[in-house]
Design a protein. Structure first.
Length: 99
């Protein structure tokens, strides 16, 4: 048992899952998927890893509703920043030939 009363078993399971997802990211890079799909799969794996870190290692899963709201708000702003950056990038470099 950890000092704060949490069991260490979920942390080791999440750590093993993070390692597995890291190997999956590496495997995805070796597969050399077609143009947009390699990045999409790698991004989805990265978002899964980030979610696991936030929920378990940052203790948001068992936190108060105010902490969960703050974490959701930060994620919402991150999505806004990604949308702004993506819209600027696509305006400068239009994507063609995704089929």
């Amino acid at each position: 048992m950890a000092k704060d009363g949490h069991s260490l078993k979920p942390y080791f399971f999440v750590l093993l899952l993070l390692w597995t997802l890291t190997v999956a990211t590496w495997g995805t890079a070796l597969l050399e998927l077609p143009h947009p799909w390699g990045a999409v799969v790698a991004f989805l794996i990265a978002m899964t890893k980030a979610t696991l870190v936030v929920l378990f290692f940052m203790h948001v899963k068992s936190a108060s509703p105010l902490v969960k709201l703050a974490a959701a708000g930060g994620f919402f702003w991150l999505l806004i920043f990604f949308a702004i950056i993506l819209s600027d990038y696509l305006a400068r470099h239009p994507v063609t030939g995704w089929t």
